[in-house]
Design a protein around this ligand. Sequence first.
Ligand SMILES: [Zn+2]
Length: 427
Amino acid sequence: MNFKIKILYFLFSLKYEKWLYRNKVASLQLKRWQKLKETLKKSSFYKNILKIDGDLTSYPVINKTIFMANFDTINTYGIKLQEAINIATEAEISRNFNPTLNGITIGLSTGTSDNRGVFLADEDDRTKWVACILDRVIGLSLSKRKVAFFLRANSNLYESTKSKLLSFNFFDIFIDPANHIDKLNLLQPHILVAQPTILMFLAKNVLSGNLKIKPKKIISIAEVLSSEDQTFLTNAFNQQIHQVYQCTEGFLASTCDYGTMHFNEDFLVIEKKYIDEEQTRFHPIITDLLRTAQPVIRYELNDIITEKKDCKCGSKYLGIQSIEGRSDDILVLNDCKNIAVQIFPDFIRRAIVLSDELITDYAVIQVGQNVLQLYIESTNMGSFQLAQSSITSLLLNFNIENIIFEKVELNPYVIGSKKRRVRNEWK
Ligand SMILES: [Zn+2]
């Protein structure tokens, strides 16, 4: 079947089944799980533990380390990890964005060299992914639309969405975004897709009059979009900012008409592993019921999620109140009894943004035991002191008193990297 026809076919079956099972999500998941079990027979890792009647919970929970260690046996094509890394790295260096191996697309995720994720997608996976993105993110339309897509590497996964009605224009995030302004003015994109750091830069240029674009839809990807950035962007672009929660492990969630992100539970099973006593924050354990080249079964992500209940849209799919970053961004500080206390990134974020509304950017990096580097960007000279006092009083609530602050003069953010305003570099 022609690739585009396959996309349309899958798109309509996705929509139809979502509608048909609108009140029975669990039945749809079960049906897709039974089908997926057939595919798992081709994975030597899962074949050995496969139980004919086994439900999902009888499978082991894995994480990135286990996943990468067993990459060769988990994937259903017998592709070796080293082989995949070599091909993807070579492609990224030469900026040839179509690395494939026997027709299987190979992608690399961001991260340090020992922490990079590799993803595989065969033609079926690509078809489904494109259909899902068209359905949940870009939307179907019979008018011609231009998409400006900011990416770290173009992938044929994205290019495959191209058609007469939809043109994709790739913007390299490793280039200083200032160089993209003229190109954007010329292009006049209908849809703008970028990470929050870039959207913030573009929004400031819209306000200053340098950038004159009027996209109909703006989609934030790749990084955590904080609520204050979201408000800024909404005002600057004068429209709702859509979000997509997508990572190496799959397309996980996107915003509804009310601005809430919902997990794609029609094809994802989400188990919650709570990480605090109050059971408000959890790591999602995901099972992707559609992916076949690289099965994702009970895979624990280290993102910290808080749940949103009763979204006005009425969706039964799990809503996301916030994604607070990753668990390795949690600060670990000693209190006055020398007991290590975990401080969630969101606590620090709130302490800073509420301390002075003139603060436009900031970073907090733990670099030693009870040593925090603090960067504050503001037009007010006193903002640094206000932010520092605010963090100090927050930490006092946890009996943490002896914090050493180091003032950082330059924004520690590196172009092209994922922005994490609060992070822990002290392990
Ligand atoms: Zn909703």
